[in-house]
Design a protein around this ligand. Sequence first.
Ligand code: ADP
Ligand code: MG
Length: 484
Amino acid sequence: MAALVEGRTGAWEVIIGLEVHAQIVAEAKLFSGAATAFGAAPNTQVSPVDAAFPGMLPVINRHCVEQAVKTGLGLEAEINLVSVFDRKNYFYADLPPGYQISQYSRPIVGKGKVTLDMPDGTTRAIGITRLHLEQDAGKSLHDQHPALTYVDLNRAGVGLMEIVSEPDLRSAEEAGAYLRKLRSILRYLGTCDGNMEEGSLRCDCNVSVRRPDAPLGTRCEIKNVNSIRYVMQAIEYEARRQIEVIEEGGTVEQETRLFDAGKGVTRPMRSKEHAHDYRYFPDPDLLPLKLDRDWVEALRRTLPELPDAKKARFIAFYGLSAEDAGVLVAERASADYFEAVAKGRDAKLAANWVMVELFGALNRLGLGIEQSPVPAAALGELVDLIRDGTLSGRLAKEVFAAMVETGKGAAAIVEERGLKQVTDSGAIESAIDAVLAAQADKVAEYRAGRDKLFGFFVGQVMKATQGKANPALLNELLRRKLAG
Ligand code: ADP
Ligand code: MG
């Protein structure tokens, strides 16, 4: 049952469908050989096709088609063996041909799904309506000159996959979870880098509200939101706004809106009367795209293990909780790192060290796992030292901190700093004797029934051994001494 929003006059259900524009990972553009690298100087990656010189003809980039099909397969979607490129006509300064080549009635990928892992441990399938290929437009630069707008065509013609969801999402949280999952799948597949700051993943949010189980209400579309946090904020705001409009006796007008991140509000951009009429028609320069079934099946066999399958395997094989497995598989690099640490070792201990200590350190340093100062093999070595009793949990944390700082291996640091845990019962016993002799009155109190003092004695002995006493052994010996 979906989360409902309480209005002044009762409960409302929020309905959301997302249109995601995902930039295809490809060296060249969708219909030209120009480069696609991010951050190049303006207008240095533009072919005559992208600039719409007369007489130029588009030629489809086979690799982009492959990427779209792979993505479709990753979304468990139907692959359409025949699809058609259409012209979507509109006039804008950053669109030299006056149209974008897109797919309309016959997209390359049909119905599929993305599975969400809900906080309560259940899963929920969100329908994918379609995925189609299209070109990106150029970029208008408004901040380069006080009175003029410049146009950068580097992005013009770059291949995009537009991934449209069914109106299956029911809250801002679900929309966030959907985008995170979709991004994770795209990254596993290597078909989109999912980098929202660089604009590789942009999202249009369609939002409407209705009384529970009533027919769908009128939607508004919030264009081009470029972070998951903003998507969630925009949906929250927009749902509230629509509820208020209806509760005040008004009706929601279908319109396109923009999200103002600074103010956290959405505002109208164009209404239905001003909606574009794109006059779609098949691009006469391009033949229908026909795929070979065997080629599609061959691609299917190249797909990597995707996050859902990996998560299920981590739960079954390593005995991890669903939550831990979910965290570890979110990024392929984290999952690989974990597996390298866990191989032949206590997997739960390995998972803990990766998620708590390693992720904590990477967060503090602002590094991704690819730049980890501690390689998986080194963390594995540390886990071994914990397992074989050389290091207590506390000492291991100290060693780990030094590994992060110096990049040295675990054993080297233990050796260098003399951090080896004391497991020699004679040494611990003499430390205990010294503490008990110095605290005779506290010993008497303990024996008279103040059990809580046990922790105090543990602390004193730990202090005397510079934290190196094996905690289990210390506890056992101390209990015996105090009883005697
Ligand atoms: P358009 O091309 O005009 O944007 P589509 O039919 O392709 O329209 O739908 C776009 C998106 O709007 C889809 O993600 C769909 O799930 C969503 N959508 C459709 N109807 C509603 C609705 N009533 N409320 C919320 N989202 C909706
Ligand atoms: Mg739309």
